[in-house]
Design a protein around this ligand. Structure first.
Ligand SMILES: Nc1nc2c(ncn2[C@@H]2O[C@H](COP(=O)(O)OP(=O)(O)OP(=O)(O)O)[C@@H](O)[C@H]2O)c(=O)[nH]1
Ligand SMILES: [Mg+2]
Length: 460
C-alpha cells in the first residue's frame, strides 16, 4: 500500500468520528490535489510578483503600496473566476481575477479561490498568496496567520516559500513566525527576494552569497535559500514587447550622465527615446535589468526575455521546489492531513478512538517515512550538531536501498537483508549511549527503517 492509500484508509476509518462532516471530504481532496505552496513574507516583499512569475501570467495584482488584502488560493480552472469565501462561510462568485472588486470588505473575507487555466497549477502545485506580515494595520497579518493557524477555511499549506526582502536575513519576528508555522528543512524554502536591488554592483551574485550565508545560519528552518528577482522573472516569463525592448536597447547606448540629464529634463531626449515608456519599464523590469540587460535587448524581445528569465533565479527556485518537495509530495500532503486530523480528534466526541486510529496509521510501515522526517526535524531543531542528522538525511533522501546501505548496484536480496540487519542492531546498541530524547527517537526510527529494509517493506 502507498502512503496515500494508507491515509485514505485512515480517512475512511475516522469518517464516523469527525466533528465536522465536510472535513473528511476536504482532506480527501487535499490528498488528491497537487501540493499546496504558500507564499509568505513581509508586506511588499514581492509575493504576488513571484506568484505571477511561477504561474507565468499576471493573475495576481501587485503594487508598490500594500496590495494583497485577502489570502487567495490559486488553482487550475477554466473559465477564470474568483470564489470569495466570507468569514461567515458564505460563498460568492465573481468573473475574472483578483484585480476586480471582491464585493466585500477584506475584514469580512476568510479567503478567495482563484481559478485560472495553468498547467503548473494543474500538474505541479497550487499556490496560496498571502497578504503578508507587518502591514500598516493588523488586517494583513491576521489574514496571513489564519492560513497557518487552522482557524481559517483554506486548505492548510504543505510547503512554505518565505520571502525575505532584507539582505540581513530573517529578523527575530520572522524566525518566530516560521517556527510557529512548523517550518523546517523538509517543507520550507527561503527566498531572498528583490535580488536585483540587493546591491548597486553585481546584485544577483551578491544575493546568491547572501542566500548561502542565510542557509548556513538557518539550516533547521529551510531546506534551501534561493535568491530571486521576482520582477525580472515575471517580466521574462510574461513577456516584454519589441517596442519596450528597443527602448532598453536605446537607453543602453547613452552614457549614465547623459541619461540622468535627460530623465531630469535638463536635456531633450534623442529621437526615438520615449522617457514615459522608460518610466513604465522601471516598474516592469527594474533599473538593473535595463542597465545589465542592454546587450541582450539589442538582440530583440525574445533574447531579452530569455536573459531576464535566466538571470532572475526563477529556474533555481523551480528546481529547488522540485527537488525538495515535488518528489516527496505525497509524504508532505500526508503530514498536513494527519496534523488536521489530530486537531479534529480533539474536537470529536469520541476523541480516544479517533486518536487511536491516527496512532495506528502513524506507526504503519507505509507511513514510516513520516516518522523519519519528523525525527530529522526534531534533531535539526534541538540538536543541530548531532552526527545522526547526516544518516537521517541520507535515509530521507534515498530512493535505493543499495545506495542507502553502501552496497554495490548488483547486491542480491540476502546481502541487503544481512546489511540492513547489521545496521538495525547497530542502532539498537547506539541507543544505549546517547543522552538526549531526540537522538534516542532518531535511533529508534532508524532501527525501524533498517528492519523494514530487511523485510523488503521499506518504501522509498
Ligand atoms: N526591483 C524589484 N521590484 C520588485 C521585485 N518583486 C516585486 N517588486 C516590486 O515590489 C512591489 C511589491 O511587490 P508585490 O509583488 O506586490 O509584493 P507583495 O509581497 O505581494 O505585497 P503585498 O501584497 O502588499 O503584501 C511592486 O511594486 C513590485 O513591482 C523584485 O524582485 N525586484
Ligand atoms: Mg501581494
Amino acid at each position: 500500500m502507498t502512503v496515500r492509500g494508507r491515509v485514505e484508509q485512515l480517512l475512511d476509518e475516522v469518517t464516523p468520528l469527525a466533528p465536522d462532516p465536510t472535513l473528511i471530504g476536504s482532506l480527501r481532496a487535499q490528498l488528491a490535489n497537487p501540493l499546496t505552496v504558500a507564499l509568505v513574507g513581509r508586506v511588499s516583499a514581492g509575493k504576488s510578483t513571484l506568484l505571477n512569475a511561477l504561474v507565468g501570467d499576471r493573475v495576481a495584482p501587485t503594487d508598490r503600496a500594500e496590495c494583497t488584502k485577502v489570502a487567495a488560493l490559486y488553482t487550475e480552472g477554466n473559465p477564470q473566476r474568483v470564489e470569495v469565501v466570507g468569514l461567515d462561510g458564505t460563498v460568492t462568485e465573481i468573473p475574472g481575477t483578483m484585480r476586480g472588486d471582491l464585493g466585500r470588505k477584506p475584514e469580512d473575507i476568510d479567503h478567495a479561490v482563484v481559478y485560472t487555466p495553468s498547467r503548473l497549477l494543474r500538474e505541479r502545485f497550487r499556490v496560496i498568496d498571502t497578504p503578508g506580515l507587518s502591514g500598516f494595520t493588523d488586517t494583513a497579518e491576521i489574514a496571513t496567520r489564519r492560513v497557518f493557524s487552522g482557524d481559517g477555511r483554506l486548505p492548510r499549506p504543505d510547503v512554505i516559500l518565505f520571502l525575505l526582502d532584507d539582505a540581513a536575513g530573517p529578523k527575530a519576528d520572522e524566525v518566530q513566525f516560521l517556527s510557529d508555522a512548523g517550518a523546517s528543512a523538509q517543507n520550507t524554502i527561503l527566498v531572498i527576494s528583490h535580488a536585483d536591488l540587493i546591491a548597486a554592483d553585481n546584485p544577483m551574485l551578491k544575493a546568491q552569497e547572501i542566500a548561502r550565508r542565510v542557509w548556513r545560519r538557518f539550516p533547521a528552518i529551510a531546506g534551501a535559500v534561493v535568491a530571486v528577482s521576482g520582477l525580472m522573472a515575471e517580466a521574462g516569463v510574461c513577456g516584454v514587447t519589441e517596442r519596450e525592448t528597443a527602448q532598453i536597447s536605446r537607453r543602453g547606448l547613452l552614457e549614465p550622465w547623459e541619461l540622468l540629464t535627460i530623465l531630469d529634463g535638463a536635456a531633450p531626449p534623442p529621437p526615438g527615446l520615449d522617457v514615459d515608456l522608460l518610466g513604465r519599464l522601471e516598474e516592469l523590469v527594474g533599473t538593473y535589468a535595463m542597465d545589465a540587460g542592454a546587450d541582450a535587448a539589442r538582440q530583440g524581445a525574445r533574447a531579452y526575455c530569455e536573459w531576464l528569465h535566466r538571470v532572475s533565479g526563477i529556474d533555481e527556485l523551480r528546481l529547488a521546489i522540485g527537488r525538495r518537495f515535488l518528489a516527496v509530495g505525497d509524504i508532505l500532503k500526508a503530514r498536513t492531513v494527519l496534523a488536521e486530523l489530530r486537531e479534529a480528534a480533539y474536537r470529536s466526541a469520541r476523541r480516544d478512538v479517533f486518536l487511536e486510529a491516527i496512532e495506528e496509521a502513524e506507526t504503519a510501515p507505509e507511513l514510516h517515512r513520516l516518522r523519519e522526517v519528523a525525527a530529522l526535524e526534531a534533531l535539526a531543531r534541538w540538536q543541530p550538531d548531532s552526527d545522526l542528522i547526516g544518516e537521517l538525511n541520507l535515509v530521507v533522501a534515498s530512493r535505493d536501498v543499495r545506495l542507502l546501505l553502501s552496497l554495490p548496484p548488483d547486491a542480491a536480496p540476502p546481502q541487503i537483508a544481512d546489511a540492513a540487519k547489521e545496521r538495525a542492531t547497530d542502532c539498537r546498541t547506539r541507543r544505549a549511549f546517547v543522552a538526549t530524547s531526540a537522538e534516542k527517537e532518531a535511533l529508534l526510527v532508524l532501527e525501524q527503517t533498517y528492519q523494514l529494509v530487511r523485510r523488503g517493506r521499506w518504501t522509498a
